[in-house]
Write a protein that binds this ligand. Structure first.
Ligand SMILES: Cc1ncc(COP(=O)(O)O)c(C=O)c1O
Ligand SMILES: N[C@@H](CCCC[NH3+])C(=O)O
Length: 381
């Protein structure tokens, strides 16, 4: 962040999210180019950041949308994502949400259980429509990420378990208002070991050859999202290595003739462009440590409290000698801590602090806990 930007921050009410739109544009460009090289279809997982201005920028790159609620579907449509590029996943779609998605004629429901598909079939019938459906399969592939954000092993609630798949396909084919068009996978988030995706490809190959023996080839395969970002050193990896990520699917997935591949990236598209900017309210000396108390709390950025997630913390306005601090918020919870023993320049009341890599699952997970205001958002020019 340059001096002019920091000067502007001084005039703004903190805390707020700041988005570097130049970086966002460059990231979207890199991702689209890498996907296009292989003819892959790219969707943006709106759950990562649903700020309308961010959505405007993303949809202008011709990227589709992956949604997980009726409101996300409505927002995607309102933001200009074409219906035929909208997919909708989630283990608990309500009747109202399903009706809305049918009305908007989205490309595909990524379905997670037979009871859900039976309801979609019934509602589509009532509305005189046919719903396109992909089965989300839980492939039992460990994503080697934080336990809370692993979604593709059998203990997780997500998707059809492998032993249920044959039965589910047969059942779908008997439903009058369901058009079965594909398979969907999403094994977890913040995956930094790319060999995990190779493992996913190999498992999907096995699943496909089993289906092929039954004469079943579905035209669409969706590999979900999950590509991680570098939280330890954002500047070392401002733009994730999309080329290597997509190359894995090109190399290891045995696509059937005419089969289309889809991806739903969230974090890797928006994570590095956002920072949470806050002010130091107090510096408090404890017996064993010093605390920097910010005017931002876990209600503004939940990730450290929820997943013990690491985010880099920078003092934007002080330089010089360093000290170790615990950087905490004002919320009445001990987990309201953004970082322990962080080395920062000698820090004072009024200093501006940036918490980096907050573009994904930051603003969108903010709450009004303790009846605090929601954080604002600003964008680079
Ligand atoms: C079904 C589905 N697709 C895509 C994503 C996006 O994941 P990520 O932000 O890790 O790319 C998620 C979130 O984990 C998801 O649940
Ligand atoms: N919210 C999580 C990721 C969950 C992704 C949604 N399935 C995070 O901040 O890392």
């Amino acid at each position: 962040m340059n001096i002019e930007t920091i000067k502007t921050f001084q005039t703004l009410k903190t805390p707020f999210y700041y988005y570097d739109t130049t970086l966002l544009q460059a990231t979207l460009q890199a991702a689209s180019q890498a996907a296009n090289e292989h003819g892959f279809n790219l969707h943006y997982a709106i759950k990562a950041n649903a700020n309308p201005h961010i959505l405007d920028i993303i949809q202008s790159h011709g990227i589709g949308a992956d949604c997980v609620s009726g409101n996300e579907v409505a927002q995607a449509v309102a933001s200009g994502f074409p219906s035929e590029q909208i997919v909708y996943a989630g283990v608990g779609k309500s009747d109202e949400e399903i009706r809305l998605a049918l009305e908007k004629e989205i490309f595909c429901f990524n379905c997670e259980s037979l009871p859900e598909i039976e309801v979609i079939n019934m509602l589509a019938g009532e509305m005189g429509k046919k719903a396109s459906v992909a089965l989300r399969v839980n492939p039992n592939v460990d994503a080697h990420t934080h336990h809370y954000i692993t979604t593709g092993i059998e203990e997780n609630k997500f998707g059809f378990y492998l032993y249920d798949l044959d039965h589910a396909i047969t059942a779908c084919r008997e439903m009058e208002h369901i058009r079965l068009i594909g398979l969907h996978f999403h094994i977890g988030s913040q995956i930094t070991d790319l060999t995990v995706f190779r493992g996913l490809c190999l498992r999907v190959n096995e699943i496909q050859s089993r289906l092929k023996e039954r004469g079943i080839i579905l035209p669409h395969v969706n590999f979900g999202g999950g590509l991680g970002i570098n939280y330890d050193c954002p500047t070392c990896g401002l733009i994730p290595d999309f080329a290597s990520y997509f190359q894995i699917f090109a190399d290891f997935f045995e696509a059937q003739p005419g089969q289309q591949l889809h991806f739903e990236l969230g974090r890797s598209l928006v994570g590095q462009c956002g920072s949470l900017i806050s002010r130091v309210l107090y510096v408090k000396e404890g017996k064993h440590k010093k605390f920097v108390i910010l005017d931002a709390g876990m209600n503004d950025l939940l990730r450290p409290a929820l997943y013990q997630a690491f985010h880099r913390i920078e003092n934007l306005t002080s330089v010089g000698e360093h000290e170790k601090y615990d950087v905490v918020g004002p919320i009445c919870e001990s987990s309201d801590c953004f970082g322990k023993d962080r080395k920062l320049p000698l820090t004072n009341r009024g200093d501006l602090i940036a918490i980096r890599s907050c573009g994904a699952y930051g603003e969108v997970m903010a709450s009004r806990y303790n009846l605090r205001e929601l954080p604002g958002s600003y964008f680079s020019q």
